[in-house]
Design a binder for this molecule. Structure first.
Ligand SMILES: [Zn+2]
Length: 558
């Protein structure tokens, strides 16, 4: 009999950044390491990843990071995390290929990291705990559910999945494995909530196929399909349907090509060589349309497909310039945080008279668990405790209500928040809970994890209130300010006469400088900080605004 702790570092009350921890006695098992994309107003922040201080402090107890599938909300934080803790990573072959490509993108040498390939026949043993896997159906190949077997029963991690029956046989669920898990008794299931509201999302993709078929039949020119590169099973469908209509296939988008390359190498995507079309640079094409019977997948992550389409409209793309004969099809709605770029692409396309079609999310088969899928899962596993995970609060609470309608009671449903640790002692849920450090780390381009809250606030201030730059020339030897400071503003709106305002700031600044220079000693960095702070105060008093204030002291020798 032992102690099991279940907690989340991300993925609770949010869309993405999935990372969960199961501790069995002293052993730590980490489930997934995802990122999430920021909302629109985060000023240059590219991604958000979980704070992993807890794992760093306890790194000797971490047995491994177990990855369910290759979507970025499940693997995207790995480059950062592996730099902080040298943990083993376990994932299927296809997922490992994606992880390797992600590490390479971050200039990391994959050979230095401990990446292990698993499959649904493999069982890993860690003392008296073992970890095994079962195949699931999702929009990306080789997705698995993860089973942690303890002496108090199995703990099942069931993130993104559904039991869709019409999917490609390479994406099938191993129901036999799930049944075996049940035989040994299931202590807890952690299952996703994000698809819980997808009640009217058809269980098959026939509506999509019908719509796309119509588009193929009605257009004899080029068709550009904007689709996220992670939606691989649907990409294969588009390729198959296009090939059947004697079309050639081209793929645009750096990240998209990479994922598709990996999928082709792993045997998940099939495009016959003679049907695969590669664009020549636009200025080398003999006629601008090059070939007509082409289906072009415009693919990538987050804003990439939209930005590429804009470039193709305004003549800035190296390979493709769109014309009014072309047609663009958007598959799925914009993701959170991409709406602006989507609207921008739409505007540009319409201005170019390109025919635009949108196949909305509503008619696309969901690749997440609906309430029916969850019912089936719980009926097969019969867990003692259910932890609704993955999703915003509305999804988590809806999931809880749905479980209740299956006959479970509150005592068996555990809703935790990021950073809250639920404890199961000798097979029974304890009333006591623990807490661990959790939170967001911001990623800005290559500056992984080095971006603080203050920096984001500073960018917010810059965009809303502008900047005031004060340049002063100082003769350090004689300890005097050589001439009046120069005040320069960008994006700052004066609400009094600018000259009067600048005069007041200048006088104030001179007074502060004189005081500082009169002291026997001072540190320049500290002086700049206090100049900035004090000037901010006076600016606020004069204008009720809080711009970023940047004092620059230039030392001169006379
Ligand atoms: Zn997924």
């Amino acid at each position: 009999m032992g102690k099991v702790k279940i907690s989340a570092l991300g993925g609770m009350g949010e869309n993405g950044k999935n990372m969960f921890i199961v501790e069995v006695n002293d052993r730590i098992f980490v489930l997934d390491s995802g990122l999430k994309y920021p909302e629109l107003d985060m000023y240059g922040i590219d991604a958000i990843i979980p704070n992993i201080d807890y794992l760093v402090e306890n790194k000797d107890r971490v047995e491994g990071i177990f990855i369910s599938h290759g979507h970025e909300d499940h693997i995207g934080a790995l480059p950062y995390i592996l730099q902080k803790i040298h943990a083993r990573v376990y994932a299927t072959h296809f997922t490992i290929c994606l992880i390797e490509s992600l590490l390479q993108e971050n200039n990391m040498d994959v050979k230095k990291y401990k990446l292990y390939r698993i499959n649904d026949n493999k069982t890993l043993t860690f003392g008296d705990v073992s970890v095994s896997f079962y195949n699931t159906t999702h929009s990306i190949p080789e997705s698995v559910g993860i089973v942690i077997s303890t002496e108090d029963g199995n703990i099942v991690y069931a993130p993104d999945f559904n039991f869709g029956i019409t999917s490609n046989n390479k994406y099938l669920t191993s129901f036999d494995k799930i049944n075996e898990v049940n035989k040994k008794g299931v202590l807890a299931v952690l299952a996703e909530s994000i698809g819980i509201t997808d009640v009217d999302r058809s269980s098959n993709d026939l509506v999509f196929e019908h719509n796309f078929d119509k588009i193929l039949n009605n257009n004899s020119h080029r068709i550009f399909v904007s689709i996220f590169s992670t939606d691989l099973s649907r990409i294969q469908k588009i390729i198959d349907m296009s090939l059947a209509k004697n079309r050639k296939i081209a793929i645009m988008g750096r990240k998209g090509e990479e994922v598709i390359d990996i999928a082709i190498k792993s045997g998940y995507l099939k495009i016959p060589e003679d049907r695969y079309y590669v664009f020549k640079p636009y200025d080398q094409q003999k006629n601008t349309n090059e070939i007509d019977n082409l289906v072009v997948l415009v693919t990538g992550t987050i804003n990439e497909p939209y930005n590429m389409l804009v470039r193709m409209c305004n003549g800035k793309d190296r390979f493709v310039h769109l014309t009014d004969k072309d047609q663009v099809v958007f598959v799925s709605d914009p993701l959170p945080g991409t709406l602006n770029n989507y609207i921008n692409a739409m505007d540009e396309l319409h201005r170019k008279n390109v025919e635009v079609d949108t196949i909305t999310k509503k008619v696309l088969r969901t690749s997440h668990a609906t309430s029916e899928d969850l019912y089936l899962l719980y009926s097969m596993l019969k867990p003692k405790y259910i932890y609704p995970i993955i999703g915003e609060y509305r999804h988590l609470y809806r999931h809880r209500d749905v479980i209740k309608s299956f006959g479970y009671v509150d005592d068996n449903i555990v809703l935790i928040d990021n950073g809250v640790v639920s404890i199961i002692e000798n097979g029974n849920l304890s009333e006591e809970v623990d807490s661990i450090v959790s939170g967001d780390l911001y990623v800005d381009g290559s500056l992984i994890g080095n971006v603080s809250n203050e920096l984001v606030t500073e960018r917010e201030q810059l965009s809303e209130e502008g900047i005031v730059i004060i340049v002063a020339y100082v003769d350090m030897r004689r300890r005097v300010v050589v001439k009046d400071p120069i005040i320069n503003t960008k994006g700052f709106v004066y609400n009094t006469e600018p000259e009067k305002f600048n005069q007041s700031i200048s006088e104030f600044f001179m007074r502060m400088m004189k005081n500082a220079l009169n002291k026997p000693s001072f540190a320049k960095e500290q002086l700049i900080d206090s100049l900035s702070e004090e000037t901010k105060k006076i600016i606020y008093r004069l204008s009720k605004k809080r711009p970023v204030v940047l004092p620059i002291l230039i030392e001169i020798k006379q």
